[in-house]
Design a binder for this molecule. Structure first.
Ligand SMILES: *[C@@H]1O[C@H](CO)[C@@H](O)[C@H](O)[C@H]1NC(C)=O
Ligand SMILES: *[C@@H]1O[C@H](CO)[C@@H](O)[C@H](O)[C@H]1NC(C)=O
Ligand SMILES: *[C@@H]1O[C@H](CO)[C@@H](O)[C@H](O)[C@H]1NC(C)=O
Ligand SMILES: *[C@@H]1O[C@H](CO)[C@@H](O)[C@H](O)[C@H]1NC(C)=O
Ligand SMILES: *[C@@H]1O[C@H](CO)[C@@H](O)[C@H](O)[C@H]1NC(C)=O
Ligand SMILES: *[C@@H]1O[C@H](CO)[C@@H](O)[C@H](O)[C@H]1NC(C)=O
Ligand SMILES: *[C@@H]1O[C@H](CO)[C@@H](O)[C@H](O)[C@H]1NC(C)=O
Ligand SMILES: *[C@@H]1O[C@H](CO)[C@@H](O)[C@H](O)[C@H]1NC(C)=O
Ligand SMILES: *[C@@H]1O[C@H](CO)[C@@H](O)[C@H](O)[C@H]1NC(C)=O
Ligand SMILES: *[C@@H]1O[C@H](CO)[C@@H](O)[C@H](O)[C@H]1NC(C)=O
Ligand SMILES: *[C@@H]1O[C@H](CO)[C@@H](O)[C@H](O)[C@H]1NC(C)=O
Ligand SMILES: *[C@@H]1O[C@H](CO)[C@@H](O)[C@H](O)[C@H]1NC(C)=O
Length: 820
């Protein structure tokens, strides 16, 4: 402890940004304060270390926060130094994270709760569809509705802050264990999903937390390995370092966080990983530089739980709130203390840290609180949340918490209906031979697979038991189900309307090793519904991209005899589907994690009550080995800093990679079928009046920074329109997509051939035609120039491709903002 303290409080090196290439200068030792050894930059090369950016910028109130900031300032002025340290340090308490009350100022404290798809530590709350499902809808309205409904539940349970949504992991690797908590491996789609979700949550009066910032793309070695002594500073091997070059950072991983800042997100959670050698929660380049300066973020940075690895260095590096405070993840007792807490008081008292920095931390924490009106009539914390809190149970509390409100409030409202609607809208139809779907009153139905029915071990949080349908994944991003409609019960209920006969086999081993003709003897069912599942959870990356529990063998066995085999997957994300071309597999549906109304949602699609309109938010390749950028694993050396993950694929993740290298894929990004057909015609482009009077410059106008960054980047320059028709005989919804190709001669190499820059969910009655507009903003047509540290529009022709997936491109056009 003593050595930790002296390390913490030793002098602080302030190095100016050494060089304009952002991630290619500076010294790690200044940033990662708690480590003795600096990294060897000769070995690490051009971007294996992070430059320093000090001091941490004050909040300015830009973007409409001025009034709230003034209130926050007045609040801070009343605080003692001890209260100030309380305001920036978590405490064990009723919620996942807790900031204690200051009764003399009428401040009731802050309750932070997991997670991105449900208020997790709560009873009588809904479990919504996971991020990957929400993204699959490609529906802005639904993304907003989901955020709003979740926000209402968090608020009603007395949670001030929701720990979501997720834009990191983005989905660099198909195998990453937490991709499903976030939205899509495409930053544009994820960016809009973040924006609409945050707007929904915050319109309900709850603070949203954009997490995990940034470059958090694998679970393996996400946290350090500690010495047996278990103290926070006794580290054998540090977390994996995501080593990302400056352009890739801006165009991929930072991009959706820019949308989050633009949506005035209240908080950003820094991640577990190191970023170019320096821990995310003390990385001054990303926190002070990218987030607070470049993106004009006005809220506060909170650490992921146990992600703080220093005191002063983190404070100076831009971290504003240490969570969970005294309680680490690694078996430390709550009394172990925090890098913040009393250390903050001491560091201020002896002049190591200027109190103005602490004041800014608190103003950043309190600005969203006032902005969202949380000082007025905010519901109290439901005492049942404390009962369900396994993370900091009552026995660990060191401070007083008033839990006087009503216990076990039912906050679900009519959200079940919404979740059912969203679940159906998120179900992607990948194959539908000979119009096998929608089902036409089949007389005999056989249901197969351990994903079809109830969890035989009855756990309220989702766990990867052998038997039981998966509606969400595991870890802090899970939800506590109050009920779960299973596929089997929903199929049975629907089948009764037709008087059909339903039989089921749920034992995958039995199915995989049986001769089906013995099972269903004497008659082949009219349809065989096979339900497969794929588990993923925080803390572990996926080992393979197949379905779990011998799913491939189950399909092979059923399809060997059943000529109408319909496969449904409940999965965290990418599955390679080796049986997709099997002649007897007539339909495939990827339902991901649809939440508590799972069975009803899939039945709505199977029977055609809902016409599927979801699209893949990633690519399905032929083989697992076709994907690049696997997680970094199996580092066998024992050096403290040996976990280095080089993002050498740069911009080429998912479809950007497959397109750049002309690799055939099974189902491409943006793909998904409907029960009707669509056509697209008449691509037109128009320079939007007012876009600098058609005088488009390469550099954006230098406007004062607002949340989201330079407002000039968000200006719409072009309106691209297409005409979309429903050419079938059934109502449905199309998702026209716009991809942009940059002029190759004038854009730096490594630019992907096509990048998503527009999409719209368009409901169309049979025979209906609508004009669909895509607004292209300056940021959509710019690349990040590492030399000038600026977004630039290159001169020359941009190609536009519009279609119904990234490879089903119906129309092409061009734009020339700047002549060569
Ligand atoms: C850094 O690594 C290089 C190459 O292995 C080596 O020559 C050099 O001595 C190292 N520098 C330090 C300070 O350890
Ligand atoms: C933040 O504001 C305080 C109080 O006005 C000031 O003393 C301090 O220098 C400012 N910090 C920065 C980084 O501008
Ligand atoms: C200061 O930080 C160190 C490192 O975590 C911790 O061990 C110590 O308990 C903290 N001190 C207090 C008073 O919280
Ligand atoms: C600050 O206070 C701590 C704890 O009392 C002490 O260890 C440290 O040397 C002091 N630093 C300065 C710069 O006075
Ligand atoms: C708890 O409530 C009591 C009674 O209203 C009040 O006196 C006390 O200050 C409160 N304590 C906290 C920590 O809010
Ligand atoms: C689909 O229909 C075609 C033409 O009727 C037929 O040849 C083919 O076998 C059918 N495929 C399946 C899987 O039923
Ligand atoms: C599943 O089927 C296998 C193979 O028939 C059998 O060994 C196993 O006991 C069955 N499991 C259950 C839970 O019935
Ligand atoms: C499955 O059973 C059928 C009917 O008895 C038989 O024709 C077929 O050969 C069997 N398949 C295998 C792989 O044993
Ligand atoms: C498809 O089903 C038919 C009927 O049971 C069977 O004869 C055929 O072998 C199956 N096709 C394959 C590829 O297994
Ligand atoms: C670590 O060891 C494993 C098992 O021997 C091997 O497969 C792997 O390639 C090694 N990894 C590295 C980075 O050398
Ligand atoms: C176009 O914009 C640039 C930069 O704002 C300005 O210098 C130039 O005069 C403008 N040209 C016209 C024709 O408006
Ligand atoms: C884009 O075009 C559509 C269709 O003509 C129109 O409704 C919309 O207002 C236009 N948007 C802008 C920003 O000009």
């Amino acid at each position: 402890m003593a050595s930790a303290l002296s390390l913490l409080l030793s002098s602080f090196l302030l190095t100016p940004l050494a060089n304009a290439q952002a991630f290619s200068g500076g010294a790690r030792s200044a940033d990662a304060f708690s480590y003795v050894q600096p990294l060897n930059t000769t070995i690490l090369g051009p971007y294996g270390h992070s430059p320093t950016v000090y001091p941490s910028p004050n909040a300015t109130g830009a973007g409409g926060f001025q009034e709230a900031l003034e209130k926050a300032k007045a609040f801070v002025a009343e605080l003692t130094l001890e209260e100030k340290s309380d305001m920036v340090t978590g405490q064990p308490g009723p919620c996942t994270g807790n900031i204690v009350a200051i009764p003399r100022l009428g401040f009731k404290g802050l309750c932070l709760q997991d997670g991105p798809l449900a208020i997790r530590q709560a009873d009588y709350a809904s479990v919504f569809e996971a991020g990957v499902s929400a993204a699959s809808t490609w529906d802005r309205t639904m993304l907003y509705e989901r955020g709003k409904a979740m926000g209402e539940e968090f608020r009603a349970k007395g949670a001030n802050i929701m720990l979501g949504p997720v834009a990191g992991p983005l989905g660099r690797s198909a195998y990453s264990g937490r991709n499903w908590e976030g939205f899509s491996s495409d930053p544009y789609l994820t960016g809009l999903a973040m924006e609409h979700t945050i707007n929904g949550i915050q319109d309900a009066g709850v603070q949203a937390t954009a997490k995990h910032f940034v470059g958090y793309e694998q679970e393996t070695q996400r946290n350090p390995i500690y010495n047996e002594s278990g103290t926070l500073t006794d580290v054998i091997q540090e977390s994996v370092s995501s080593n990302i070059d400056d352009r890739t950072m801006h165009e991929l991983y930072l991009w959706p966080f820019a949308n989050a800042a633009y949506a005035k997100v209240s908080s950003v959670m820094c991640s577990y990983n190191r970023l170019n050698g320096s821990y995310s929660c003390e990385n001054s380049k990303t926190l002070n530089g990218l987030l607070k300066t470049e993106l004009g973020f006005q809220g506060y940075v909170q650490s992921d739980w146990g992600g703080t690895h220093s005191g002063v260095a983190s404070i100076e590096g831009g971290l504003d709130m240490d969570m969970p405070g005294g309680i680490g993840e690694y078996g430390q007792s709550p009394q172990a203390g925090s890098f913040f807490g009393k250390n903050v008081t001491m560091a201020v008292s002896n002049g190591t840290v200027d109190v103005s920095r602490i004041d800014d931390m608190i103003m950043r924490i309190m600005t969203p609180y006032y902005y969202l009106g949380q000082d007025k009539d905010y519901p109290s914390v439901d005492p049942s949340c404390a009962d369900l809190n396994t993370f900091s149970p009552r026995s660990t509390w060191m401070r007083e918490f008033n839990l006087t409100g009503q216990r076990s409030r039912d906050v679900r409202g009519d959200h079940g209906e919404l979740i059912r609607k969203h679940g159906a809208a998120a179900t992607i139809l990948l194959k539908n031979e000979n119009g096998t779907l929608p089902l036409k009153s089949p007389k005999s139905i056989a249901v197969f697979g351990n994903d079809a029915s109830v969890d035989t071990q009855g756990y309220l949080n989702q766990v990867d038991f052998e038997y039981g349908t998966l509606a969400v994944g595991g870890g802090s991003g899970t939800g506590r189900l109050t009920y779960l409609v299973t596929p089997l019960e929903a199929v049975k209920a629907r089948a009764q309307e037709d008087g059909s006969y339903v039989q089921q086999w749920l034992n995958n081993t039995l199915i995989a090793t049986s001769n089906m003709t013995d099972l269903w003897n004497p008659e082949m069912p009219d349809v065989c519904l096979v339900f497969l599942k794929t588990w993923a959870e925080e803390g572990a990356d996926r080992q393979h991209l197949s379905t779990d529990w011998d799913g491939d063998e189950v399909v092979a066995s059923v399809a060997a005899y059943c000529t109408n085999t319909v496969v449904v997957t409940h999965s965290s994300g990418i599955n390679t589907l080796p049986w997709a071309d099997h002649e007897n597999v007539t339909a495939i549906l990827a339902a991901h994690y649809p939440g508590e109304e799972s069975g009803n949602a899939i039945v709505d699609v199977l029977y055609g009550k809902v016409n599927p309109s979801a699209k893949l938010p990633y690519t399905i390749a032929f083989n697992g080995s076709d994907y690049n950028a696997p997680p970094t694993t199996a580092v066998n050396t024992t050096g403290q800093y040996d976990w280095q993950s080089w993002f050498t694929e740069k911009l080429e993740i998912d479809y950007r990679y497959f397109d750049a290298h002309n690799i055939s894929v099974r189902y491409e990004f943006g793909y998904g079928l409907s029960y009707t057909t669509f056509n697209m015609s008449d691509l037109a482009t128009e320079c939007v009046a007012g876009a600098n009077n058609n005088n488009i410059t390469s550099e954006p106008e230098d406007l004062p920074i607002a949340p989201g960054g330079n407002p000039a980047l968000w200006e719409v320059l072009y309106n691209v329109t297409v005409s979309v028709s429903n050419t079938g005989d059934r109502d449905g919804a199309a998702v026209p997509q716009l991809y942009v190709g940059f002029p190759s001669a004038t854009t730096p190499s490594g630019t992907p051939p096509r990048q998503l820059r527009g999409f719209e969910k368009v409901p169309l009655a049979a025979g209906e035609t609508q004009t669909v507009a895509f607004a292209l903003m300056r940021r959509d047509l710019s690349y990040w120039d590492v030399v000038s540290q600026q977004w630039l529009i290159p001169a020359g022709d941009f190609s536009l491709s519009a279609g119904f997936s990234s490879r089903d491109l119906k129309l092409v056009g061009k734009l020339t903002p700047i002549a060569v």
